[in-house]
Design a protein around this ligand. Structure first.
Ligand SMILES: [Zn+2]
Ligand SMILES: [Zn+2]
Length: 383
């Protein structure tokens, strides 16, 4: 019972931990799938038209590990490698506040962002590879989180790079726009759906496993209980039963009572005598023994007695003499000489030599009355 309780507690704890784990996974997943867009304002002086040209669009996406801040400055390209993958990448910055413009490809986002940061850029604009149009990606750059990093499409990035290459001073201002969830991108929606379905399925399977395990355990316990009851029934059927007659010491004495019902014993009542020599009303003790195969007074185990008896006695004496009922010899001598049970509650002498008591014990209780009648007839015919 205690082990069962402990098992339930362990199951309860594992359920709570699993729920916390699933919740944390969902939370982290949804947090990692949120992203911010950026307004990108581009201004430059057009020497042909002799005027300042400007445009603004919500066309940038903040990197997943970027600070979500505004930034502004003059756009500067890397000196040699437009991809800024080399450790020796340098930028020709003329002003204190400047933004690096780097092309995507060949190395990680972190490497590009770190190169710009080393050279003192206040932000990095990474534009996508050729042939991707205005598409952007959500950049992951866990090793470069110091400065603002956004991605813009290839078309805008290439235009800005050409302007800078022509010698124009291109001024860029980055501002925080909006946050979007996974639903913004179809691929993410699918990924998240599959993840969610996966987690739900695993959780369901786990709970189903726990349920089946518990059902199986309960079934086993019930089976054991039934088996125990059957064993108890067998042991009860083998117990000594006496019918009290007028003149029996326990009928006359008001001090001798059945401890189950606390009533004294009356003439013609049936009493069950346990191997420990404690006795009770038959109708009182049998329901008790079915549930607990022990004597209510001294805790003597009637099943244990049965086992001891089977070991001690030679097999020939315990073999059934007929199919319907059998006789069994209980060695009361063995019980009377034991240290803990010297007194006989029935009032018979306990230490007066070996005393063999022959007793009728029936596998089927329906034969009890019949056998008693036959016994009386035998006595009468002998007399
Ligand atoms: Zn009773
Ligand atoms: Zn007892």
């Amino acid at each position: 019972m205690k082990a069962n309780l402990k098992l339930r507690t362990v199951h309860g704890h594992s359920c709570i931990w699993l729920s916390v784990f699933v919740f944390q996974c969902c939370f982290q997943l949804s947090a990692s799938l949120l992203f911010w867009t950026a307004y990108v304002e581009v201004r430059y002086f057009d020497s042909v038209s002799n005027e300042t040209v400007g445009s603004i669009c919500e066309c940038g996406v903040f990197g997943a590990d970027s600070p979500i801040f505004s930034a502004s400055g003059l756009l500067v390209l890397p000196n040699s490698d437009p991809l800024a993958c080399s450790k020796n990448t340098t930028f020709n910055a003329k002003q204190q506040k400047w933004i690096a413009l780097v092309k995507n490809g060949d190395c990680t986002y972190s490497q590009k962002i770190r190169a710009a940061w080393r050279n003192g850029a206040s932000a990095v604009v990474i534009y996508n590879i050729d042939g991707t149009g205005n598409n952007t990606e959500l950049m992951a750059h866990p090793d470069a989180t110091n400065i603002v990093a956004i991605m813009v499409g290839n078309i805008l990035g290439t235009e800005m790079a050409e302007l800078v290459n022509k010698g124009s001073d291109v001024y860029v201002a980055i501002a925080v726009a909006k946050t979007y969830g996974w639903w913004y991108s179809g691929t993410w929606a699918y990924s998240l759906s599959f993840t969610f379905i996966g987690i739900t399925a695993i959780t369901l399977f786990y709970f189903a496993y726990l349920f089946i395990k518990r059902m199986y355990r309960n079934q086993q316990l019930k089976k054991q209980e039934m088996e125990m009851k059957r064993e108890n029934e067998k042991a009860i059927a083998k117990l000594e039963v006496r019918t009290l007659r007028t003149g029996d010491p326990e009928v006359e004495s008001e001090d001798v009572i059945c401890v189950v019902c606390t009533e004294s014993f009356r003439h013609n009542e049936k009493v069950t005598v346990l191997p420990c020599r404690h006795f009770y009303h038959k109708k009182c003790i049998e329901p008790w023994l079915l549930e607990h195969p022990t004597c209510p007074m001294c805790k003597f185990h009637i099943l244990k007695y049965k086992i001891d008896e089977e070991i001690d006695e030679p097999p020939s004496s315990s073999s059934p003499s007929s199919d319907t009922f059998r006789l069994s010899v209980i060695r009361t001598e063995q019980l009377h000489t034991s240290d803990s049970r010297n007194t006989d509650p029935l009032g018979r002498p306990s230490g007066s030599g070996p005393e063999i008591q022959t007793q009728h014990i029936y596998e089927n209780l329906a034969f009890e009355e019949e056998a008693e009648r036959m016994e009386h007839q035998n006595i009468n015919s002998q007399g």
